[in-house]
Design a protein. Structure first.
Length: 322
């Protein structure tokens, strides 16, 4: 283990560069921070999980005195991973958190193709598509909840936040090491491709998006439903129940029947929602997800958690019944 005491050391400069997206993309590297994420990455190596590689590990002086350190070091030694020991002050310089745990790993970018999303261990099934999500924390939460809801992959549009940013990686809670994903893709092109192989595509959006989607599909019911939904000036999704597309009834994901075929769920940006070009490709739009109480989920975090939980729940119920 190499001891580093100067911030001018090349190993310090190398990890500092990874705080910038341009450098991460150029080098094909990122860093993960904290005992949980680093342990998850080491687990991935032990399981010989494809696409996971650890280039180096940074350890603070304080962390080196813990029992957890000994376990991490033993595993890192086993895989021949380069390790650096830093003073606490120096570790704080490279850390992206206010209260660093004293453990960081530099990892390689994952190399996935669409076939990996469609033919992974979980087989072909549910995909989540993120359209221009700007907050890295929201993007990470989408990946985390997608894995929890048994989705088999994710794709992020060109204008999305970077999944390799430190904040996004933390927000995934390790799911980014297990869930295949594509980044900087044309969602329009991707949706066109997966619809050719039988995918139904659902989007989250405001009531106005239902009208636009219906108009794009020549569905007059969508326009009337959206109009009804805005009659009271609030655009309530509860009144959009006239919307009917393939396997879908109503403006609530709870009524979405996904027993037949594969499903992709599009989550739109925090400010603008799903783009109109993408809405036009979708089989249905969830104007608003409600829980039955007074809470409504209108932002990416809430929509993706409830929507994917319900999709997974319906899928499991169908599996048991059939």
């Amino acid at each position: 283990m190499e001891l580093i005491t100067s911030r001018h050391n090349s190993a310090i400069a190398a990890v500092q560069k990874l705080k910038r997206r341009e450098s991460r993309d150029t080098l094909g590297l990122a860093f993960i921070e904290g005992q949980r994420l680093v342990s998850e990455a080491l687990n991935a190596l032990a399981e010989r999980r494809p696409n996971v590689s650890i280039k180096s590990i940074y350890i603070s002086k304080s962390f080196s005195g813990s029992n957890a350190f000994r376990a991490v070091k033993a595993r890192a030694d086993r895989y021949g991973i380069k390790q650096y020991l830093l003073t606490d002050d120096l570790f704080a310089v490279i850390s992206d958190t206010v209260n660093p745990q004293g453990l960081m790993a530099v990892i390689g970018h994952f190399d996935y193709a669409l076939r990996d999303l469609l033919s992974g261990p979980r087989g072909r099934g549910r995909l989540v598509l993120a359209d221009r999500i700007s907050d890295p924390g929201n993007l990470g939460a989408i990946v985390r909840t997608a894995e929890a809801a048994a989705f088999c992959g994710a794709a992020f549009s060109v204008d999305c936040a970077d999944i390799y940013s430190p904040k996004a990686m933390r927000a995934t809670m390790g799911s980014v090491l297990r869930l295949p994903f594509l980044r900087e893709v044309s969602l329009y092109g991707l949706i066109t491709e997966i619809k050719k192989i039988g995918y139904a595509v659902y989007a989250t959006g405001a009531a106005g998006a239902v009208r636009k989607a219906g108009a794009a599909r020549g569905d007059s019911a969508a326009g009337s439903a959206a109009t009804a939904g805005s009659a009271d000036g609030a655009g309530n999704a509860e009144t959009a129940n006239a919307v009917r597309y393939a396997g879908y009834a109503g403006g609530d994901c709870f009524k979405c029947d996904i027993r037949d075929g594969d499903v992709a769920l599009v989550i739109g940006s925090e400010a603008a929602g799903v783009g109109e070009d993408i809405i036009g490709l979708c089989d249905a739009v969830f104007p608003q997800i409600t829980t039955g109480g007074t809470v409504r989920f209108d932002r990416p975090g809430g929509r993706n958690v409830v929507g994917r939980h319900r999709i997974a729940e319906r899928n499991e119920a169908s599996r048991v019944l059939n």
